[in-house]
Design a protein around this ligand. Structure first.
Ligand SMILES: *[C@@H]1O[C@H](CO)[C@@H](O)[C@H](O)[C@H]1NC(C)=O
Length: 295
């Protein structure tokens, strides 16, 4: 464990210092972050929301009467979407904390981070999923190499014309390339940023067999970092949000740097616990993107 922690520290240093994929300078420093109200609005469970630090931190809570959620005021056609999140601690089996992008349409596009709470002491799984044109079923799950309930960590979704990359801190944990030229659909509809803390006991932990322990309620999750690095849109398509003038569309964000790619390989080898592309029982014919190198 100690050597694994050291490995991650060194890797993080390499990834950050190499500049490539170091979003540090692109994202506003913590003390320059705007208050919640600038870009976001509470969408449900308003009496289960607390504003801390003059609106620079939000706490959602869930008990057996309600969870809560918030959403961006605007929709975006590309960007690097990021939040700092501290997850519910104690026995959080069945409690789901979600941070995702979603279009408000029938055949919707969606990019998901879903943290699946667990029995105290057991690892919290981080599930990612990608919907294109209403079609999801692209789940992957990893376990995290740290305790996400102890501190805030950075979770980011890069969505540009070249790829979607999910990051945990500076480490890529999932890449979905724009393979439209290979006939694979790619998210192209403008999306809201959505966050929620909700009751997922029907599916989230041990396939839904482990239910919520209400004795440990309320469950709380905290969020910080409400600046949005996104291409805001009035319409429904990504259109001009593909402009190379937007920093997240620039050449350095077209593909992973070598150190990011190495980190991503390590995640796939050591932390990936479920990959739809390897689930032949579920998909006798695997989806087309599974047979194309997708890094
Ligand atoms: C995906 O890539 C194609 C070119 O292969 C491009 O025309 C399209 O705009 C890209 N999609 C998005 C949403 O940027």
């Amino acid at each position: 464990m100690a050597s694994s922690t050291l490995w991650w520290s060194l890797l993080l240093l390499v990834v950050v210092c190499n500049g490539g994929g170091a979003f540090g300078k692109r994202i506003l420093a913590d003390d320059q972050q705007p208050g919640f109200d600038q870009n976001y609005v509470i969408t449900w469970g308003g009496n289960h929301v607390s504003f801390l630090d003059q609106g620079r931190e939000i706490q959602l809570s869930m008990d057996n009467s309600s969870g809560a959620g918030f959403s961006s005021k605007l929709v975006y056609g590309s960007g690097l979407f990021h939040l700092k999140i501290k997850l519910p601690n104690k026995d959080s089996a069945g409690v789901v904390t979600a941070f995702y992008l979603s279009s408000n349409s029938n055949n919707h596009d969606e990019l998901d981070f879903e943290f699946l709470g667990n029995v105290e002491g057991m690892p919290i799984s981080l599930q990612t999923n990608i919907f294109t044109n209403g079609q999801g079923n692209r789940e992957q799950r990893i376990v995290l190499w740290f305790d996400p309930t102890a501190d805030f960590h950075d979770y980011k979704i890069l969505w540009n014309p070249y790829h979607v990359v999910f990051y945990v801190d500076e480490i890529p944990i999932r890449v979905f390339n724009n393979l439209t030229s290979n006939g694979v659909e790619y998210p192209s509809q403008a999306m809201n940023i959505i966050v929620s803390l909700w009751n997922g006991e029907s599916w989230a932990t041990n396939g839904g067999r482990t239910k919520i322990n209400w004795a440990d309620a309320p469950f709380t999750a905290q969020f910080q970092g409400f600046d949005v690095d996104g291409c805001a849109q009035g319409g429904s398509g990504a259109g001009s949000c593909a402009s190379p003038g937007l920093w997240w569309n620039a050449g350095e964000y077209k593909e992973l740097t070598p150190s990011q790619a190495a980190a991503y390989e390590r995640v796939k080898n050591d932390y990936l616990t479920y990959d739809y592309c390897r689930d032949k029982a579920r998909f006798p014919v695997l989806p087309p993107e599974c047979s194309i190198k997708n890094t």
